[in-house]
Design a protein around this ligand. Structure first.
Ligand SMILES: [Cu+2]
Length: 157
C-alpha cells in the first residue's frame, strides 16, 4: 500500500520535473530572443550624426486677449433694414444719440422695442423711423411682422 502510493508520488514528481525542465528551456529561448532583439543596433542608439531628439517644448501660456472696444456709432446713427434683417444687428451709441432706421426692403417692417416704450408701427418700403436715446441701457427690439428680425441698441455714457 505504502509503496504503491509512494511510487505514484514519485512518478508525479518526475513528471512535474519534466514540465519544469521544458518550461525553463522555453524561458531561456525567449530570453535569448529578447536579448537578440534589444541589441539589434542603430534603432535604439542614435548615431553621432543624427539630430538630437526633440525636447518637449513647454505649453504656451495663453495670454489674455483684450476685448476690443465696440465701435460707437456717431450721432446721428443709422440702422438699415435689408434682407429681412436689421443691419447691423447691434449698434453701440452714447447718450443723446438719435438712431434712424430706414426700410430698404420691398416689404413692410416695424421697429418695436421689447420694453414696449417705442414702436415705429408699420414702416412701408423706403420709410424711416428715428428715436433719441437719452438714457443708458441695452434696448432690444424686433419686427413684429418677422419673428426672427431682432436688433439691439446699447447706450453708454
Ligand atoms: Cu419685418
Amino acid at each position: 500500500m505504502r509503496e504503491r502510493g509512494g511510487s505514484r508520488a514519485g512518478r508525479e514528481q518526475a513528471s512535474a520535473a519534466g514540465r519544469l525542465g521544458s518550461f525553463t528551456a522555453v524561458a531561456l529561448l525567449a530570453a535569448i530572443a529578447l536579448a537578440a532583439c534589444s541589441s539589434a543596433g542603430p534603432a535604439t542608439t542614435p548615431s553621432p550624426g543624427s539630430p538630437a531628439p526633440a525636447t518637449p517644448r513647454p505649453m504656451p501660456i495663453p495670454t489674455a486677449i483684450p476685448t476690443p472696444t465696440p465701435a460707437v456709432c456717431a450721432d446721428p446713427c443709422s440702422v438699415g433694414i435689408v434682407g429681412v434683417a436689421f443691419q447691423p444687428v447691434t449698434r453701440h451709441v452714447t447718450v443723446g444719440t438719435t438712431v434712424t432706421w430706414t426700410n430698404r426692403d420691398p416689404t413692410t417692417h416695424t421697429v418695436t422695442f421689447a420694453n414696449g416704450q417705442v414702436d415705429s408701427l408699420d414702416m412701408p418700403p423706403g420709410a424711416s423711423f428715428h428715436h433719441l436715446f437719452d438714457t443708458t441701457g441695452t434696448f432690444s427690439y424686433r419686427c413684429v411682422i418677422h419673428a426672427d428680425m431682432l436688433g439691439s441698441i446699447i447706450v453708454t455714457k
